[in-house]
Each structure stands twice: as C-alpha cells, then as structure tokens.
Design a protein around this ligand. Structure first.
Ligand code: DGL
Length: 261
C-alpha cells in the first residue's frame, strides 16, 4: 500500500483526457498533473529537445514524491520512454496509438490513425502498424492544427470542425470505420469529429480506458495502490505562467465530466 500520488505528464492540456479517466476509475489515488505549456507542442520537435523537456518535467514530478508516472503523451512516449525507464527509479506507463483494438474490430478493413508527426515517425508506431498491415489498410495523418485548437480553447468552434474535416474526411471516403485518436489532445475534438463523421458509422478509438486499466494493474502488481480510505488530492503544475495554470485547472474541470468517445 502506498498513498503517494501518481504523476501524469503531457506537453500541455491533452493529458487531461487520460487524467480524467484515472480520476474516475481510481477514486482513492492522488494525482499530480504536469503540463509543459511553455514547450508545447512536442509533435514537431526533435527527440533530443523533447527528451530534455521531459527530463525536466519528470524531475519535478519526482520532487513531489510520485510513485508512478503516466506519460500521457504519445509523442513523448515515442521519443523518450526508453530513456525514462533506463534513467529513473519509478515505473512509467506510456501511450501509443491504439492500432491493435482498431485493427481487430474493423469490419471494413480500413482504419485511420490521427497523431502528431513525431508519433507517426516513431519506432513504436512503425512496428505496431507493420504487425497489422496484413490485416487492415492503415491510413495515418497528422492532425494539423489540432493541438493548437485545444491549447487555445477553440475546440468547439466552426474552425475546429473545418480543421478536423480536412484530415478525417479523406479517411471516411477511403472506407475507414475506426479512427484512432493517437494524441491525447485529440479527444477534446470528439464533438467536432462527430459532426464531420455524421451518420457514416466510423467509431473513434480513444486509448485512455486501456491506459487506466494498465495503470491499475501495475499499481496492484507492484503493491503501490493507495489504501481504500485514502482521501485523494489533485494538484497541477506547469512550466508555463500563472495564466496557463488557471487554464489547466479550468480545463481539468471540463475534462472531469466530458465524453471523450
Ligand atoms: N498530447 C501529445 C500527444 O499525445 C502531443 C501534443 C504535442 O504535439 O505536444 O502526442
């Protein structure tokens, strides 16, 4: 038993889509969220640069006494997870696009993957997609402008629908019946995506529930779960300014009740 907090980390606000799932399903666990708002987005940065930012964030979370860190960022996982596991003495849970469940549940044999350029270029994604390439056709596209829409609270605008349409429409036209949200910011755009998809039956695949289950299993296995009566605390940290911290907290309240698909 261990009542220390779980660290949750992302380049910005996106990891809140994982944080909200952890909060819902692990109600006795304290959570410390770190959003690297000063350096967001990671998706177009070099692995060296991202590793530097991630190191800084992880050290701050370790200073807060976290017992496990969820890297709630596909891009950071792609570029830094091996380095993190080799360097720091806590368990890490990483995120990668949910190619497997999408490939196994697709009826049309075509799946779409939306992610940042860094994630799509990473070894993890290349290896997983090669594994399923014989089974389904995989269409991957960078969600150009998606992260910026979420970071500036414009995910519910008409502009968001048009930005999403540019990437999602070609996937639907090519017959995709599963669209994987391979960046933790993207679930905030689920309402815009649903407007684009309409009644054409494509399902959105959000990995947050699987990440929560994996975290829960790991806590149990390592004897790190909090005691049943533990009263959780939710804390937020950022590399950016006070205004960003306020935005992070407001967004967390929104995320706590949102339907991310
Ligand atoms: N939220 C991050 C992810 O899951 C990416 C956002 C960024 O480009 O920083 O990949």
């Amino acid at each position: 038993m261990n009542d220390a907090p779980i660290g949750v980390f992302d380049s910005g606000l996106g990891g809140l889509t994982v944080w909200s799932e952890l909060r819902r399903k692990l109600p006795v666990e304290s959570l410390v969220y770190y959003g690297d708002g000063k350096n967001c987005p990671y998706g177009d940065k070099s692995p060296e640069e991202v590793r530097k930012h991630v190191d800084f964030a992880v050290r701050r979370l370790l200073d807060r006494g976290v017992k496990l860190i969820v890297v709630a960022c596909n891009a950071a996982t792609a570029m830094a997870i091996d380095h993190l596991r080799e360097t720091y003495p806590v368990p890490f849970v990483g995120l990668e696009p949910a190619v497997k469940p999408a490939a196994l549940s697709s009826h049309s044999g075509v799946i779409g993957i939306l992610a940042t350029a860094a994630t799509l270029k990473g070894r993890l994604f290349r290896e997983t997609s090669q594994r399923y390439a014989g089974r389904v056709r995989i269409l991957s596209r960078v969600g150009e402008g998606f992260v910026e829409l979420v970071e500036s609270n414009r995910e519910n605008s008409d502009e968001a629908v048009e930005t999403v349409r540019r990437q999602v429409e070609p996937m639907i036209e090519a017959g995709a019946d599963r669209i994987v949200l391979g960046c933790t910011h993207y679930p905030f755009l689920v309402p815009a995506m649903r407007r684009v998809i309409g009644d054409r039956g494509a399902e959105l695949v959000n990995p947050a529930a699987a990440v929560e289950r994996h975290t829960e299993a790991l806590l149990r296995e390592l004897g790190l779960a909090s005691g049943a009566g533990h009263a959780p605390r939710y804390e937020f940290m950022t590399s950016a300014d006070e205004a960003y911290l306020c935005k992070l907290i407001a967004k967390s309240e929104e995320a706590a009740t949102a339907d991310f698909g």
